[in-house]
Write a new protein. Sequence first.
Length: 494
Amino acid sequence: MLPILIPFLMAILSIINWGNRVLHRFLALAGSVGLLFAALALLTTVSEQGILSSNTGDWPAPFGIVLVADLPGAIMVLMAAIVGLAVLVYSTASLDEARERFGYYPLILILLMGMCGAFLTGDLFNLYVWFEIMLIASFALLALGGSRAQLEGSVKYFALNLLVSAFFLTGIGFLYGMTGSLNMAALAQALRAAGPEQPVTTVAIFFMIAFGIKAAMFPLYFWLPASYHTPPVAVSAIFAGLLTKVGVYAMIRMFTLLFVQDTAWTHGLLLVGAALTMLSGVLGAVARREIRRILSFNIISHIGYIVLGLALYRPLALAGAWLYLIHHVIVMATLFLVSGIVQRVGGSFRLARLGGLYQRHPGLALLFLLPALALSGVPPLSGFWPKLVLLQAMLQDGLWLLAAIALLVSLLTLFSMMRIWVGAFWSQAPAGVVTPAPMASVERRMLYGPVLALLALTIAISVFSGPAFELTQRAAEQLLNPQQYIVAVLGESP
């Protein structure tokens, strides 16, 4: 329970001391460090001892609220802790005083609490509750500042997420009517025993739509590029790294644990959605001329790779999808944080107003280039290995056209990243652009430090891709063998 309790308690202490920005910073950083240690301890324990289950309030499953930690959930808690800490350190140098005084840090902590709750819950209704907690915190973070662009983006974001809630609750209602339970382990048992008269596949579509919108899949992804470029960079980074991944995580959980009765239909539909998501996202990135908009469309495109691994529904593909998920969380957060430094030293996010940064800031050029190449899948960086695994899985299934689409998307991703490189770093600076004042040493450390740490993780994943893939293979085995999950929660075999 510590990954949920630590950010919650720090958020409460911050709210009690409302307006004290110095204390808010301290509590947020202390909470994120504590969350990181708790996440490392949780992953170590789960890796060594297997799936953990805890019945809150001493009510046995499936009647009480259950928290469950398996390898997929524990990995995602660790990803949330890493990106949360990096973003909070970055925020101390990039955020304005007004936002800090008006609850920025407790909102980030509440967002992290909601994410960890979603990754650890073993109850479907409580998954909905954690989604709503994330929605409230993320909407407030999007709107915090009150600019016209922020309000426009946050309204689109909130409206689409209300649609998510409607589909999610409708699916929950159907499942409860069919089975009399919302405990996910009990649901897995009940749905496997459901007769042909039960509309299981129809209910699955409700969840596919809900989580597909949350994950920014085709065709309902337009809310993401309309909103992710509007808030401060630190907010964009945590959204880009983590928020859509909660939707992907929930989809993977549902379509490996619950909805596996008609995989030819459900996972075939996911396969088509993944291909269209990859193509539409990368074409949107190629057509944009503003850094954060290009990165936002690339989020959409590369969500398609992860869903592709789920849709193939085999151990190799799921292991590749989970490795891709880890890589994408780190790389997208890094690129958004680098974009903030580019804006700080260059004065704009628009490529037409940037240029010449390679001559003035060669280190920054390298900090952008490495994660950009990793996102594109250039060997031997972190994005290459999961794409190689997914490509192997596609070719084993004879999906040649899909493999060609995946390769084309990688090339177009590289093209969109090189457009940023040429526009911001390599080309000449346009005439009449005013260079911002140089950064102070403290500001420089707080901005560059998190980027360097995340880049080090990207390189570590590249170098130690073998052990990382072994971990994701074990995670995939747990997902494809739900009996382990059921026994851990209910204490009985199906």
